[in-house]
Design a protein around this ligand. Structure first.
Ligand code: FMN
Length: 275
């Protein structure tokens, strides 16, 4: 291994977190917003000409109203029962993680159920769905402005695509829904330019935390996944990986009531290695 190369990667990573890089020579830098260039769209245009209106009568769900209980019981769940998820449950998860509550100005910013630096909301939500009542299995794209879902098709090898996209974490293929998050880079860069990337990464944590809490509040479970392979995930959703790239995911599914067994299996190595 080239130790110098490794140290350089570590240095770049630390610089990214501690100050988003060295700005020497860029003191007079202006972002495209500073330069009065046109703003990119707040959300991606529909990819098809048909979309399903999602139900929003969330009062019909059995939602845990005890916030502290939700906080205390949230955990990463990697074992799924393969019982069906309802369309209303899926709709609630989408609403809680990316729903648009209002639009600021004519089309300046969306205000959503999660915060975002500068209200840029640079993400798109794609879904790999299996076993959601009333929906055909397959790949979908969420349209947050209208709270709708568009069907992108069902490849023969849906489970294989999920597995390869999540670096062969095969426990995830049993989830009813895998949420795949892409970043539309220019949405943040238009405003923050060379400083956009740190805040966009910070934003993604809010999205999955809301998804964790929403799932917990209706008795479902999921697990955030950073080990995503964009080369497998991007083509599944027709993304180029340059302007828009999948970088984060979260399977969510119906889960056994008692998580103890699955915790034991997952952390067996901790015991084995006496960590
Ligand atoms: C950014 C992020 C990336 C993660 N990536 C993975 C992953 O690729 N595979 C996995 O099994 N768990 C992943 N997890 C779940 C963590 O392992 C989990 O949150 C951690 O062990 C703590 O457990 P808890 O969520 O139950 O509190 C990830 C969590 C986060 C927040």
């Amino acid at each position: 291994m080239d130790e110098k190369l490794i140290q350089e990667r570590i240095r770049q990573g630390r610089a990214f977190i501690s100050g988003f890089g060295d700005d020497t020579g860029l003191e007079n830098y202006q972002s495209d917003q500073d330069l009065k260039k046109p703003q990119p769209p707040l959300t991606k245009a529909p990819m098809t000409d048909q979309a399903l209106e999602l139900p929003n009568d969330f009062e019909k769900l059995s939602i845990d109203g005890d916030f502290l209980h939700i906080i205390n019981t949230r955990r990463s769940r990697r074992s799924y029962t393969e019982a069906p998820m309802s369309l209303l449950q899926l709709s609630y998860l989408l609403w809680c993680s990316q729903g648009v509550k209002s639009v600021r100005g004519r089309a300046y910013a969306t205000l959503r159920t999660v915060p975002s630096g500068g209200a840029r909301h640079p993400f798109e939500t794609y879904l790999a769905i299996q076993n959601v009542t009333g929906l055909q299995d397959g790949l979908y794209h969420y349209l947050p402005m209208k709270h709708r879902l568009e069907f992108l098709g069902c490849p023969d090898d849906l489970r294989g695509i999920i597995s390869r996209s999540l670096c062969e974490q095969d426990w995830a293929v049993k989830a009813n829904v895998v949420f795949f998050y892409s970043c539309v880079f220019y949405r943040g860069e238009w405003r923050y330019g060379i400083w956009a990337h740190g805040p966009m990464l910070m934003d993604s944590g809010h999205v999955t935390e809301n998804l964790y809490l929403a799932a917990t509040s209706i008795g479902l479970g999921g697990c955030a996944i950073a080990a995503v392979d964009p080369e497998a995930a991007n083509p599944a959703f027709s993304l180029d990986g340059k302007e828009e790239c999948i970088f984060y995911a979260m399977p969510v599914g119906t889960v056994p009531e008692d998580p103890q067994g699955e915790e034991e299996t997952f952390y067996a190595f901790v015991r084995e290695q006496n960590l």
